[in-house]
Design a protein around this ligand. Sequence first.
Ligand SMILES: [Zn+2]
Length: 277
Amino acid sequence: MMEPKLIDAHTHVQFAAFEEDADFVIKRALDAGVWMANVGTQQDTSESAIKLAEKYPEGVYATVGLHPIHTDKSFHDEQELGGDNGFTSRGEEFDYELYKKLAKHSKVVAIGECGFDYYRLQTDSKKKQEAAFIKQIELSLDVKKPLMIHCRQGFGDLIRVLGMYFNQGNSGKPGIIHFFSGNLKEAATLLDMGFSFTFGGVITFSRDYDEIIKLIPRERILLETDAPYVTPAPYRGKRNEPLYVVEVAKKLAGLKDASLEEISEQTVKNTREILGI
Ligand SMILES: [Zn+2]
């Protein structure tokens, strides 16, 4: 079987933004040797990520989970759900048994994206987000698949909750912090618990992540696009897609004083180890 050249460890080709051409987008990526994990954000997008993965013998995987913003009723994103159902998310409660059934599917490689998002905070969201996150940590331990964590402005709570399950000095690989935006101290604590980090398009046009990337060991860094969002340079303004992960790899190589080939090999190895693909 063909070996991947690069892996986009966090993307969303199952979203409505790719409704017309998901299969072409995936073919372009696979032809270039780019594998991907399509990340679920709620019930619908978890199920559709699995359906998409089922169409390909290898190279396309899924994660299942409930994103913190979908634990409440307000947020909408038409790129995710499409025009007709893009106005409100339902405010989903995490249904453990339903997600467990999905999680056991052979193409499912992680649980999430789950965690905390305090960027657009509703009154009692914090409690709902925490309750859904705890259930997803328990599911991850239950089915022995890693966590795919989303965290925006909630690193204090993230570290407190993860600390109830994972020790400092943990030798396992409990999961991935996607699109890491915390500080150096938070990165050090999460590294010590065994977590790895994905970085995406933002590192191609912002200098804010340079210092932290230099400090995180190569063995703990993975690549992502988070498509259709956060398109890397030089494609800014266009819809993002997994093929563009090479631009993130090039930038990372520069920051790590490595060749593109070294970074590609290292991140593929890291991703395959964590996701078991
Ligand atoms: Zn995402």
